[in-house]
Design a protein around this ligand. Structure first.
Ligand code: NAD
Length: 476
């Protein structure tokens, strides 16, 4: 069996590796370096910056721990250089992995010719006359071409110095003043990092709360923690326009409660969301249904054109690397299942992946994490719920480490006959505080087996650990 995967981000390359392991002949096509947004300009480079920020914060607080460190300077070029080294190392790892599995990697732009044929060309316009390209025929095609940063349709958003997250990662100098438009995941991660680096950071957010898709209780408390660190966060702001000043700075003008105010900054980060790269392929010509939000797929990630699947950011929804990977596994499972002559093609998903349990983390300082339904989502479904809370300030390990800013909220089902949820079943967890991004997985795992609060009460946690935060909430 032959499989062509368009896009070598985590969704594309992880699926390629798994497919090759199952004996499928795989070709993967990428118009950029392997690893996609996650590895080259998203999760990994930002985590490299996060680590610099963390080291710097520890250094600045060293005196509180009786360590006398006088004077410091941050070499921002070194920060970027280290980030590039981290990215290169991991990218080489992906290349090595693909080679080791005998996966054919083609560099170039791909477009769909028909339901079984992909044309790959090096030119920016793969269908231009005189550019024949290479035709790849296969039994199945998986589209995993990702997303791109969105830009606000306001005057001046193309000013020099208004950057996407990708561009800010390669900034040559540290901006003394950074204005971040959008308090979503990207905006807040960069706001937190650049605050640690020493920039004066102002965040402008359209919605009433930061991280609008997260639990409101959690996001309100996280906002307080970020403001305490000196980040200026303005909610309910509508950015009107941006303009370049004679000294090179940028003025961002915004409206709030009917009043117009300005923020002057040296760089502006535009972090107002990402959009699926639906223009990247000739989807309409190939008969593939899509909207502005992404390619339309069924629960097996198959498009309306049989044998063509789409996974990751290109299908919209939760634009997360780990979601893309598991969507790829789902598509592959379906391909393997439907290619068995004795099986029915219209099979239900034959794996145990549960896309309603997706942990997500925000790498601010302190970091935040979430899994399952928020309290508002539960209320919107008419569910009777109970919220159990605990605080990092009451956790021994957190106090010893002086990481007392943080909170954990576990949402459990009350009496909800006919809902499918047992009384006491865990429906979600929302937390912020040190190592939340690791701790959250305990709740995700318990949700996967429909555990209840009574099940949790009997699970011993080692002392002293931050994981006891979970036990503390349950024992309340
Ligand atoms: P997002 O949708 O998370 O946040 C965008 C924010 O911009 C929202 O809060 C929105 O209200 C705000 N906004 C929109 N228009 C605005 C305006 N005119 N003025 C002010 N604010 C405005 O998008 P993002 O932060 O750009 O991230 C894109 C995607 O990448 C998301 O799906 C995110 O989950 C994903 N991502 C995940 C991680 C992670 O898992 N750690 C990290 C980075 C990105």
């Amino acid at each position: 069996m032959k499989l062509t995967i368009i896009g070598a981000g985590p969704g594309g390359y992880e699926t390629a590796v798994k497919a090759a392991g199952r004996g499928i002949e795989v070709t993967i096509i990428s118009d950029g370096p392997v690893g996609g947004t996650c590895l080259n300009e998203g999760c990994i480079p930002t985590k490299s910056f996060c680590r610099n920020a963390e080291v710097l914060e520890e250094f600045l607080r060293a005196a509180e721990f009786g360590i006398d460190c006088k004077g410091y300077s941050l070499d921002f070029n070194k920060v970027v250089e280290r980030k590039n080294e981290v990215v290169t190392r991991l990218r080489n790892g992906v290349d090595f992995l693909l080679k080791g599995k005998n996966i054919t990697l083609l560099h170039g732009r791909a477009v769909l010719k028909d339901s079984r044929t992909v044309v790959v060309k090096e030119s920016a316009d793969p269908l231009s006359a005189g550019n024949e390209g290479i035709e790849i025929s296969s039994d199945y095609i998986i589209i995993a071409v990702g997303s791109s940063p969105s830009i606000l349709p306001v005057k001046g958003s193309d000013c020099n110095g208004v950057l996407s997250s990708t561009e800010l990662l390669d900034c040559e100098t540290l901006p003394a003043r950074l204005c971040v438009i959008g308090a979503g995941v990207i905006g807040l991660e960069f706001a937190s990092i650049f605050k640690s680096f020493g920039s004066e950071v102002t965040v402008l957010e359209f919605c009433r709360d930061i991280l609008p898709r997260f639990d409101t209780d959690m996001s309100k408390r996280l906002k307080q923690a970020l403001v305490k660190r000196g980040i200026s966060i303005n909610n309910s702001c509508r950015v009107q326009d941006l303009s370049k000043n004679a000294d090179g700075s940028i003025t961002v003008s915004y409206e709030k409660n009917g009043n117009i105010s300005n923020v002057v900054a040296d760089k502006v980060l535009m972090a107002v969301g990402r959009h699926a790269n639906v223009d990247a392929l000739n989807l309409a010509d190939a008969g593939i249904e899509f909207t502005g939000k992404g390619i339309i797929v069924d629960e097996n990630m198959e498009t309306n054109v049989p044998n063509i699947y789409a996974i990751g950011d290109i299908v919209g929804g939760m634009m997360l690397a780990h979601v893309a990977v598991f969507q790829g596994y789902r598509a592959l499972d379906h391909i393997l299942y439907s290619s068995c002559p004795e099986e029915s093609v219209s099979a239900e998903p034959c794996d145990n992946i549960d896309f309603s349990i997706v942990p997500a983390a925000v790498f601010t300082n302190p970091e935040a994490a979430t899994v399952g339904m928020t309290e508002d989502e539960c209320k919107a479904k008419g569910l009777d719920v109970k919220c159990l809370k605990s605080f990092f300030r009451a956790n021994g390990k957190a106090v010893a480490a002086d990481e007392t800013d943080g909170f954990c909220k576990i949402i459990v089902s009350g009496d909800n006959p006919d809902s499918g949820y047992a009384k006491g079943e865990i429906l979600g967890c929302h937390m912020f505080g040190a190592h939340s991004s690791d701790i959250i997985h305990e709740i995700g795992s318990l949700m996967a087996v429909s555990a209840t609060i009574d099940d949790m009460k009997g699970i011993i946690h080692a002392h002293p650990t931050l994981s006891e935060i979970i036990q503390a909430a349950v024992q309340e």
